[in-house]
Design a protein around this ligand. Structure first.
Ligand code: TYD
Length: 204
């Protein structure tokens, strides 16, 4: 059976990636593809519990502990959801994946990026996404979209999010074949037109 596709959606909080993921899911289903949607942190089952800790735990969480929790959730998502579906020929859309850890824990928190790459490789069995969208938006716009009701990660401050954004742009420069940056300051429909143009070069 033909292998499917693994597509990831990335960007700073409030960039609009989840909206675009849902639009792309509907578009691909309309075209007759079998589509699976998952997310990190928190695909389903155990992942949901890890997500709850990562976003809502109100005690001290060390940066290294935070990284390992994201990575543990990733290993579970890859083994239980992503790989089996891709092997069955499905298209998997994943809301955040390895690049989030490089951007947030590496560029954002300042952990060693070489080590994060190594741990990501371990969590994913060395398998990279076929395609990654980075939805790029300036920090003021993204903070405005997030609003007042912030979770633990979203409360990290403007400097942190500037580092995260620059991290994503840096990653896109390093891997232009895989990572496509989409200007996400435009309207939802305009952004989706760009997403469609890109995806149409990957599907028949
Ligand atoms: P998410 O649910 O995608 O938040 P949003 O949709 O509001 O952007 O992601 C949860 C948070 O977890 C988000 O702030 C980014 C963060 N995160 C990391 O810091 N490292 C990671 O490896 C992942 C997967 C997410």
């Amino acid at each position: 059976m033909k292998r499917g596709l693994f597509i990831t959606f990335e960007g700073a909080d409030g960039c609009g990636k989840t909206t675009q993921l849902n639009l792309l899911r509907d578009y691909l289903i309309d075209k007759g593809y079998e589509v699976i949607v998952t997310r990190e942190p928190g695909g389903k089952g155990l992942g949901e519990k890890v997500r709850e800790i990562l976003l809502n735990y109100d005690g001290v969480v060390s940066d290294r502990c935070e990284s390992f929790l994201f990575l543990a959730d990733r290993a579970q998502n890859v083994d239980i959801i992503v790989n089996p579906a891709v092997e069955q020929g499905k298209i998997v859309l994943c809301d955040r994946h390895t690049d989030s850890t490089v951007a947030y824990q590496g560029y954002g928190r300042g952990l060693d990026i070489g080590q994060i790459n190594m741990l990501n490789a371990l969590a994913t069995k060395n398998k990279k996404p076929d395609l990654t969208f980075v939805f790029d938006v300036d920090i003021d716009t993204s903070m405005q979209r997030v609003g007042q009701n912030k979770d633990r990660m979203e409360s990290a401050g403007k400097d942190f999010f500037n580092r995260v954004r620059n991290g994503y742009l840096e990653l896109a420069k390093q891997e232009p074949e895989r990572i496509k940056v989409v200007d996400s300051t435009k309207s939802i429909q305009e952004v989706f037109e760009n997403v469609k143009n890109i995806i149409n070069t990957y599907i028949i």
